[in-house]
Ligand binder design. Structure first.
Ligand code: 4NP
Length: 153
């Protein structure tokens, strides 16, 4: 199972989602993250995201930002988008129905109906990063359970 987390810059939300998901799925699952913009390409995650993950025992410090490619949409089995703009952007890059089927809003896929969007903490403070961590942790728990049961019939 190959899982891709997508946000805008690939320095705040999706690196956290990658780190959290890796801690919840078997080792033979591949988990990666990307952004829809290339502005931060090559950078490590935002220091506040690194610190927030470390507070929960997760090391995301070695990740590096990269923009999504056409090959990602072809190769990954599940593509989870952090907000509606990201979802629309990724869907617009899909070439066919099979690719479109792989793409979903992260919180919707997680069965979270109160809010569809993981808020962008980039302009916020550590409290916003912690709130995003909690939202992602709960969502990853639900998605990991679904994926584990669908890959172990
Ligand atoms: P992310 O947060 O999409 O969660 O990585 C952002 C990172 C960078 C920018 C915006 C959001 N930016 O405008 O550079």
């Amino acid at each position: 199972m190959k899982i891709l987390m997508v946000c805008l810059g690939n320095i705040c939300r999706s690196p956290l989602a990658e780190g959290i998901m890796k801690a919840k799925v078997p080792q033979d699952f591949l988990v990666d993250s990307v952004g829809t913009i290339s502005q931060h390409e090559g950078e490590h995650p935002d220091k506040r995201a690194v610190k927030t993950a470390a507070n929960h025992g997760i090391d995301i410090s070695k990740q590096r930002s990269r923009p999504i490619t056409q090959a990602d949409i072809e190769n990954f089995d599940k593509i989870y988008c952090m907000d509606i703009d990201i979802y629309e952007d990724v869907i617009s890059k899909a070439k066919n129905e099979e690719q479109r089927q792989k793409i979903s809003l992260f919180l919707t896929a997680a069965g979270e109906h109160k809010t569809a969007e993981v808020p962008d903490p980039y302009w916020g403070d550590m409290k916003d990063f912690e709130e995003v961590f909690q939202l992602l942790d709960k969502g990853c728990e639900a998605i990991a359970a679904q994926l584990k049961s669908s890959s172990n019939p």
